[in-house]
Design a protein around this ligand. Structure first.
Ligand code: RM4
Ligand code: MN
Ligand code: MN
Length: 413
């Protein structure tokens, strides 16, 4: 990126935005402040049930995962936290990991429990965990979540994310009401072990790995359960966890209206939980989601600070670090565009029933090229003007392969 070109683009854009009464300096500082956590499982190859293709130079342990995120943070200045999945990332030496994270200026975002796999624990989760008909299995799953909280406490995390794979594959397999009741009771036990300054983020997903019914299929069920837990339990929206064409921005607006939005798992989707790069399929939808978020916070439905932001994606074909650079960029762009919306004019159009005018207001913002702004925010924060170009120019993947090996495999999916 040519700095002279960046300067000229910025001054042109400033002139255009100034004319609309928008202050570029303010926008740049808002974009700079917006940080998105990266999950520890997004740094290696994901694979599908048909196979897994190694990327080469994948991080072999938590230390190396933190190093990858540290690199992302340094280049993009858009992330400053990691979200750990237990037991994939159990820290062996808590003090050493804390120190490493501090050196890299990374903090610990919400912790993720895992009761969707067997990893040598006494009782199997094959037929479910928090919803299992066997109370001993439910107890084991509750205890696992409580242990995850303990690990999180020692790292300085402030949240527990629960994604439940529980459900059934065939009609009749599960007692649907009992499964919901058991899940609620199990979560109540977990919630009771949550420190006062923590929140519980409850995810939902309509199908996969169970294909007939999932115990928490949608935001409504998640919200119903959260209401039975307490005010620190809220709904986590993973963008890939909806049936095709669901109006996610409406879900966001509804949850904010109820002060029930815990946070996001960013990714993109064509059909289901595709875990594709954020903004690669439906950038307009992402923009509309940010419009609701900004509107909801401005109109004081729910505070911006109470919402957690995280990427949740899995990479089958791309270099994960390149993909994360792209995702962080796409999220920042959608946010920046949503900040440009003339909300006063939009409200006026809505009140007057001016359908065409309202659409124009949104399109005007969405069609503005904000790359210069996002780049400026990065430069001012000390990041790289063009992180992807830097990554390729410096041959970082090649260096990681030389250092960690071609067959190095990250723990995770
Ligand atoms: C699930 C869900 C969870 C994530 C796992 C790996 O589909 O999105 O958030 O932890 O995948
Ligand atoms: Mn998720
Ligand atoms: Mn998912």
């Amino acid at each position: 990126m040519n700095t002279d070109f960046q300067k000229r683009s910025l001054s042109l854009l400033s002139e255009q935005l100034d004319a609309k009464g928008i202050k570029v300096a303010e926008l740049v500082s808002q974009i700079s402040a917006f940080q998105i956590a990266v999950p520890s499982w997004a740094l290696g190859a994901g694979g599908t049930r048909f196979g897994r293709f190694s990327i080469g130079g994948e991080p072999r342990n938590l230390d190396e995962k933190l190093e990858d995120i540290g690199l992302l943070a340094k280049l993009t200045k858009r992330t400053d936290a990691v979200s750990l999945h237990i037991p994939w990332d159990i820290p062996q030496d808590i003090q050493a990991i804390r120190q490493k994270a501090a050196d890299l200026q990374i903090s610990f975002d919400a912790m993720n429990s895992n009761t969707f796999q067997d990893y040598g624990q006494p009782l199997s989760y094959k037929k479910g965990s928090l919803s299992n008909a066997d109370s001993a299995i439910r107890k084991q799953a509750v205890e696992h979540n409580l242990q995850v909280i303990e690990i999180g406490k020692s790292l300085g995390s402030k949240g527990l994310t629960v994604w439940l794979a529980d459900g059934s594959n065939f009609p009749g397999q599960a007692h649907i009401r009992k499964a919901l009741q058991w899940t609620t009771e199990s979560l109540q036990e977990i919630y009771a072990g949550l420190p006062a300054d923590w929140k519980l983020l409850l995810e939902y997903k309509p199908y996969e790995p169970n294909f007939y019914h999932t115990v928490i299929p949608d935001w409504g069920t998640s919200a119903l359960i959260c209401r039975q837990l307490g005010e620190r339990a809220k709904v986590l929206v993973d963008l890939g966890h909806h049936l095709p064409n669901t109006n996610i921005e409406q879900i966001v607006a509804t949850l904010m209206q109820q002060n029930m939005l815990a946070g996001f798992h960013f990714n993109d989707s064509k059909y289901g939980d595709d875990d594709l790069s954020t903004g690669s399929i439906k950038p307009y939808q992402l923009f509309l989601i940010f419009c609701e978020l900004i509107g909801g916070a401005e109109e004081k439905a729910q505070t911006w600070e109470s919402i957690s932001w995280m990427i949740d994606a899995s990479h089958n074909t791309k270099d994960p670090l390149e993909d994360l650079i792209q995702a962080l960029e796409a999220i920042s762009q959608a946010y920046a565009k949503a900040l440009l919306v003339d909300r006063r004019k939009l409200a006026q159009c809505q009140n007057e029933g001016d359908v065409v005018g309202a659409q124009e207001v949104l399109q005007e913002a969405f069609l503005t090229d904000v790359r210069t702004l996002v780049c400026e925010a990065r430069i001012q924060s000390g990041g790289e003007a063009d992180p992807l170009a830097f990554y390729r120019r410096e041959k970082i993947r090649e260096k990681l392969i030389a250092q960690r090996g071609k067959g190095a495999q990250a723990s995770g999916l």
